[in-house]
Write a protein that binds this ligand. Structure first.
Ligand SMILES: [Zn+2]
Length: 189
């Protein structure tokens, strides 16, 4: 758990941005050129671990296809706090030995947790929590119809106008547009 400060918030920020239609505010990416330089300095290796995902989204936005930066399914969520499970991001960034989340099986049903504290809370009074179904449980079991992102957003009571959108109209992506190769002006520095 000690190394979580190196990756959890980067993973959650990426997740909130990627799943922005599911939140009720407009997430600000905060990954323009200056911000990325700060992130790399503060968290050495950030460009290789997390920046590469922002790179892909930036490319699609600059190509006029922002829809490719939107989710087609939901993340695994914690059966205790209901927040997304972030361990795959920690694993992909090289901070965890496994992407698998903590799990517990009770009466034939497997529950997934984001963290040790959430599993601990659940285990104190499982009878209080074990009957609850998460949004993902409902999506996979057919409670949500149609079983699609639009269907799930409607089930959550989020109309298209209420769904989160990029907080700066993609300024960050356009600000990182690569300069085309060409003669470099000299004598101006
Ligand atoms: Zn949790």
């Amino acid at each position: 758990m000690n190394n979580e400060m190196n990756w959890v918030h980067h993973g959650y920020h990426l997740g909130v941005y990627f799943w922005r239609p599911t939140v009720w505010w407009n997430p600000v990416a905060g990954v323009g050129p200056e911000e990325r330089a700060w992130l790399e300095e503060k968290y050495p290796g950030w460009n290789d671990s997390f920046g590469k995902y922002w790179d892909e989204m930036g490319k699609n936005i600059r190509a006029g296809q922002p829809e490719l930066t939107l989710p087609e399914t939901f993340p695994i969520v914690c059966n205790s706090c209901q927040l997304p499970v972030c361990t795959p991001a920690g694993y992909a960034a090289g901070y965890l030995d496994s992407p698998l989340p903590r799990q517990l099986t009770i009466d034939g049903r497997t529950y997934t947790f984001c963290s040790e504290p959430c599993q601990w809370v659940f285990e104190q009074t499982p009878e209080q929590f074990k009957g609850h179904t998460s949004i993902v449980d409902r999506l996979l079991s057919g409670v949500i119809q149609p079983p699609t992102i639009p269907g799930a957003l409607a089930y959550m009571g989020l109309s298209p106008e209420e769904c989160g959108q990029d907080g700066t109209d993609y300024d960050w992506a356009h600000a990182t547009a690569p300069v085309l190769a060409g003669p470099i002006a000299s004598g101006t520095a």
